[in-house]
Write a protein of this length. Sequence first.
Length: 273
Amino acid sequence: MSDWPQSLTLVGAGKMGEAMLRGWLAAGLEPPRIAIREPAPSPSTRELAARLAIALNPAPSALRPPEALFLAIKPQSLEAAAPDLAPLAGADTLVVSILAGKRIADLKARLPNARALVRVMSNTPAAVGRGASAGFASPATSAEQRQWAQNLMRAVGVFDWLADEALIDAVTAISGSGPAYVFALVEAMAEAGENIGLSPDLAMKLARATVEGAGELLYREPGIPAAKLRENVTSPGGTTAAALAVLRADGGLAALMARAAAAARRRAEELAG
């Protein structure tokens, strides 16, 4: 069983697509196996393709169904792109899609010859190799194709399989939208700092550095539960305990996050199609 497909076509080399490409190369996918289709490649994509001899926008006459077709275009572009993509999605091609809201059935309707389809929800930290994603595979996806998809996604972060495609909407609510929740937390912490006397610049600097450092602790200590890390910071009767009493009160942070995630999941369900 091969770790990587022999041929892979990346469709869409925007910020997320290029991040995926760089992750694959760093993980060992050989440049000659890759082709890129991107109507407006950035200077960095052009430079990377030229330097590593990666095929960038090969002529239509040179295109054949690859072993893997990775879709990283905007979801709203799928309809217009489908006629050009359909010939690339052969019966033996693994199709991996990170298009938010586009279900397996939607992909199948537009790529009728495809049988092995994997739908993934990723997030923007994939751009720095720290993505958090999960995916669902169609029944026709072989064990080897599942391994390819898993390796492609784990090259840019953590990845897990879902037993039910419907859970993609829950993943969207937690990791897909989650980076925005963290950024909102930084904004709220900085504003709170200003309210108790810090200058705006210092409040934001401290809020950003605190979240960055806490995230690094989570990353470097994967065997320690988040609850334990929280307890390590919280002295009984101390300042942190006083703050957490507010955050953990009825209607506090846990309840607020539950309502936010439920709202995100509902909206993901509404947008699917």
